[in-house]
Ligand binder design. Structure first.
Ligand code: 5AD
Ligand code: SF4
Length: 464
């Protein structure tokens, strides 16, 4: 009988991709994915360490899982609990000490070894002994040891092209939990993209902690940057849309800007975190650029693609942040104009340089700044959504909406669009007239076009 696997994913899209790949690794070993932890034989929490809150969530979930595991034991079943991802990498054995319910702990670089780790965890469960902990950064690249990714990920799919980060921003744990920058060979990326398209995906989002630092080996031995990779991917028949995330301003090069100008499949929306608008803070954060540099990059990108919409990440309350520093951030937001942005209160992470800087910003000040920034960005977001009213946007329908007969998809600028549409339009890019703009979404009506019905999306699984 098939064993049940439940993976709960926290944090970034890279974790979403990794969770899918864990399911791919375990499928040949008889594990079927399940939507709930109840009755699961294996529960994996794929964790995030970026801020303290994200880490704490994992421990509360482990508390809840203990009851389920006890219940399983009473029924004579075994439930194994694994902690994966960045908390696993950062805390290792400490997790099992704090939460003895955990059977195995493995980092983001070792999930290709999951089947063998599971055998060891099951033995331990039966015979006792040390918990299974694997947080190596193994010399072998994990991508070389994974089975091919399953092709059927839905209308939109993630594809990991790069991992790790060498930037060492002083607030960030990623260089420690994900390790040094590594780029997958272009041929592997292209092969995975072809499988995704054959499996029905019309849109692919290329993922990396610092995706535009991509420097993979090209098919003829030369190094390819992200712009070159995007051009090659755009040639895959049936691939209609490309996106990439997350980028660093310093790694936006001419080739990437040219791709925004010349590759129609590359969507006009870019997540380009700036973190702060104050040069003093950007230096303290080790971002390696000024606010003016960011403005210039944005100008060059918009010159190449005038309808480009931007989103960003901001941290408020970084150690030593003054009213003036924060005013500089607000000014940058006003000048650049964002379609959307993520805002965070600074959270000191053990082991990062900023954690030892002192000069902490008091909590109420952080909270005030966060709400002021959110208000400004929220207003920009609503204005951006309202500006869409009356336009016709190509929308890729991804899933059914809450109301019967309603589908939800995304337009080119990442806005979520709701419209009444038949299920056969799922997986297709369809023109939609935007009727209203809300805080977080748009509503619209499908524009009926005369002509043949669209062909159903390909759903066969290709293994070649
Ligand atoms: N505190 C608050 N926010 C952080 N981020 C990363 N580290 C921290 C931290 N220690 C934010 C940054 C980054 C996003 C993924 O998370 O804005 O771009
Ligand atoms: Fe973290 Fe900075 Fe690397 Fe982004 S660029 S992952 S914020 S160290």
């Amino acid at each position: 009988m098939a064993k049940k696997l439940f993976v709960k994913t926290y944090g970034c899209q890279m974790n979403v991709y990794d969770s899918d790949r864990m399911a791919d690794v375990l499928a040949p070993h008889g594990y079927e994915s399940s939507d709930t932890p109840e009755g699961a034989d294996l529960v994996i929490l794929n964790t995030c360490h970026i801020r303290e809150k994200a880490t704490e969530k994992v421990y509360s979930e482990l508390g809840r899982l203990r009851a389920l595991k006890d219940e399983a034991a009473r029924q004579g079943r075994r439930m194994l609990i694994g902690v994966a991802g960045c908390v696993a990498q950062a805390e290792g054995e400490e997790i099992a000490r704090r939460a003895p319910v955990v059977d195995l702990v493995f980092g983001p670089q070792t999930y290709h070894r999951l089947p063998e780790l599971l055998v060891r965890a099951l033995e331990r469960d039966a015979l006792g002994g040390a918990r299974v902990v694997d947080t190596d950064f193994p010399a072998e690249a994990k991508f070389d040891h994974l089975p091919e990714a399953a092709g059927h990920r839905g209308a939109t799919a993630f594809l990991s092209v790069q991992e790790g980060c060498d930037k060492f921003c002083t607030f960030c744990v990623v260089p420690y939990t994900r390790g040094a920058e590594f780029s997958r060979p272009a041929a592997d990326v292209l092969a995975e993209a072809r499988r995704l398209v054959a499996g029905g995906s019309a849109e692919i989002t290329l993922l990396g902690q610092n995706v535009n630092a991509y420097h993979g080996i090209g098919p003829h031995g030369a190094t390819w940057g992200l712009g070159r990779l995007i051009r090659a991917l755009a040639d895959i028949p049936g691939l209609q849309r490309l996106r990439y995330t997350t980028s660093h301003p310093r790694d936006v090069d001419d080739e990437l800007i040219a791709a925004h100008r010349e590759v129609p499949a590359l969507m006009p929306y870019l997540h380009l975190p700036v973190q702060s608008g104050s040069d003093r803070l950007l230096t303290a954060m080790n971002r390696k650029h000024t606010a003016e540099f960011y403005r210039r990059i944005v100008d060059r990108l918009r010159d190449a693609r005038p309808d480009l919409a931007l989103s960003s990440d901001f941290i408020v309350g970084f150690p030593g942040e003054t009213d003036q520093d924060f005013a500089d951030t607000l000014r940058l937001v006003r000048e650049v104009g964002f379609a959307q942005a993520y805002t965070f209160k600074y959270s000191a992470r053990p082991g990062t340089p900023a954690a030892d800087m002192g000069d902490a910003v008091p909590e109420p000040v952080k909270a005030d700044r966060l709400s002021a920034l959110q208000q400004l960005i929220g207003a920009q977001q609503v204005a951006f959504n309202k500006a869409a009213i009356g336009s016709v946007q190509p929308v890729l329908f991804e899933r059914r909406g809450a109301r019967p007969g309603q589908l939800i998809g995304r337009g080119p600028w990442m806005q979520s669009v709701h419209a009444d549409a038949p299920d056969r339009l799922l997986g297709h890019v369809v023109p939609v007239r935007i009727i209203d703009g809300h805080a977080n979404s748009l509503s619209g009506a499908v524009v009926t076009i005369a002509g043949p019905e669209p062909a159903p999306p390909a759903i066969e699984r290709v293994t070649a």
